[in-house]
Design a protein around this ligand. Structure first.
Ligand SMILES: [Fe+2]
Length: 511
């Protein structure tokens, strides 16, 4: 049922967001004024009258292969380190493809809402495809005047299987040709800051790729709304195809001679056949602040619907990013290294002993276990055999006993391989045992029929986002006995198994 458009209400939100009609569905109902949820606060509105057009000419990338290489490389580097935005022509992405992409975006969004809504969040048949509206509609104070379809690139086969059939072929060709260009640009940008880059280094920067088709329907009053609110991109480089309508504004971060004044918002004008390139946060961090990830935003228009088609390249979600060591050595660190909660501030090889240990025990947990008396301890176990998942476990046990550990190898003067030995209660003592992160031994707990038993372990383990693998020093000396794994993945495996009779390091292919 069509919602009332007069006031900000749930029925409108449900219609646009939940039912997947999008802003386009709302506009198609025949809007004469902007519904309240879309009205931006004064300071976020875009003043078209007072914005200048960016005077920078597009850069001809084909000249990178000729005698003018150095001049063009310098031009790219200067743009990336000042405005953070530039346009390129002769970029290697076929011109016919650009036209097809814009047509495809219009025809995709021109479909009946049901066709698009198939891919909306929570309903999409593919984890790679998401159709939506605004950015985070549940949380935004004022919604963006935009619908989009987003397609993650993993490989060609999955793209052709899972992306919407209406747009998969052109989008795939666009991602692939764009990424090729991004590699060239990154090579130039790395060389400019004195960093030798190879295929693998650039791969780490752009391991994750995503192509969006954005649709900005006409708006009854563009002065009140935004197509996209101000933000910076999070990845390495973004490639953007915009149509002839314009409306992309970038904020000048510092005075740039012959270009703009600090704080000014400048329009990146549509240039036929050109692509817009902009620097994302990850590249700003990796370059130790040399390249600028600039704020930008998109205005709406009242005359014609606009489409734009960005390709985002960014590091894989598990990749650690921080200023490149070469640059830190030369200039000092201006940013901290980050995954989503890992080691702050330094690269893995630079961390000191204290931080190394911190990384091993970033997560701590204390349990209180209670083992009631059992009518027949022969038939039950207090804890099934298992190994612990963390670094070290500290265990306080009471005087009752019942903790058994399996001897993994013959230990002279102690026990034979395969034997189970009891760790006896000792008043005032704590039991320490090694967890899987440091390799580990199986153990279990017996029940008792005389008295209830308690035990109080403290588990220490790496943070969920921490990569766990043999330390590089040891791999160099002894070769790798285990492969690296993100602790969260390891933990998920750990708890999705019963551990019946197996050491969890053996269950999963960590070796
Ligand atoms: Fe952006």
């Amino acid at each position: 049922m069509a919602p009332s458009l007069d006031e900000g209400n749930n029925s409108l939100f449900n219609f646009v967001v939940k039912d997947g009609y999008g802003v386009k569905g709302m506009v198609d109902l025949g809007l004469t004024k902007v519904p309240k949820p879309y009205i931006q606060p004064e300071q976020e509105r875009i003043d078209k009258q007072n914005a200048r057009t960016c005077p920078l000419q597009p850069i001809d990338l084909s000249k990178l292969n000729g005698p003018e290489h150095d001049r063009v490389a310098e031009e790219i580097s200067r743009a990336a380190s000042t405005l953070g935005f530039f346009q390129v022509v002769n970029h290697g992405v076929p011109i016919e493809l650009l036209g097809k992409l814009k047509d495809t975006a219009h025809s995709f969004f021109g479909q009946v809402p049901e066709k698009k809504a198939v891919y909306r969040k929570g309903a999409s048949p593919s984890p790679l495809v998401k159709y939506g509206t605004s950015f985070v509609p549940d949380k935004e104070e004022a919604l963006e005047w935009k619908d989009y379809i987003s397609m993650t690139y993993t490989n060609d086969v999955e793209a052709l299987q899972q992306w919407p059939k209406e747009c998969k072929e052109v989008s795939l060709e666009y991602v692939k040709t764009s990424v090729e260009m991004v590699r060239k640009l990154l090579e130039v940008l790395m060389e400019n800051i004195g960093v030798k880059s190879d295929y693998a280094k650039i791969d780490a920067l752009i391991g994750f790729k995503l192509v969006n088709m954005n649709y900005y329907p006409t708006c009854p009053d563009p002065n009140l709304t935004v197509g996209v609110g101000r933000h910076s991109d999070m990845g390495a480089l973004t490639v953007l195809l915009q149509d002839g309508i314009g409306g992309l504004y970038v904020k000048v971060e510092e005075d740039i001679e012959n270009v703009g004044k600090k704080g000014e918002w400048m329009e990146i004008p549509p240039v036929d056949g050109a692509l817009v390139i902009n620097v994302g946060d990850a590249l700003q961090i990796i370059s130790n602040g040399t390249y600028k990830s600039a704020e930008h935003r998109v205005r709406t228009t009242s005359t014609k619907s606009r489409v734009s088609i960005p390709v985002f390249t960014m590091p894989n979600p598990t990749e650690k990013i921080g200023p490149l060591p070469e640059l830190v050595k030369r200039d000092g660190a201006r940013f901290r290294e980050k995954t989503d909660g890992g080691l702050d501030g330094k690269s893995r090889s630079e961390i000191g002993q204290h931080e190394k240990i911190d990384a091993l025990i970033g997560m701590k947990m204390v349990n209180m276990n209670f083992y009631p008396i059992c009518p027949d301890p022969e038939l039950t176990v207090g804890v099934r055999r298992h190994s612990n998942l963390g670094a070290l476990t500290v265990l306080l046990q009471d005087g009752i006993g019942g903790l058994y550990v399996k001897v993994e190898e013959d230990i002279e003067g102690v026990a034979k391989k395969g034997e189970w030995v009891e760790i006896p209660p000792i008043d005032g003592a704590l039991v320490i045992n090694v967890g899987d992160t440091l390799q580990s031994a199986e153990h279990r707990v017996r029940t008792t029929d005389t008295k209830s038993r308690v035990s109080v372990p403290v588990f220490t383990m790496p943070k969920l986002t921490e990569k766990v693998g043999p330390l590089p020093e040891l791999v160099e000396r002894d070769g790798a006995q285990y492969r690296e794994v993100v602790f969260r993945d390891y933990m998920n495996n750990f708890f999705s198994n019963t551990h019946d009779g197996i050491n969890s390091l053996d269950i999963h292919p960590y070796k």
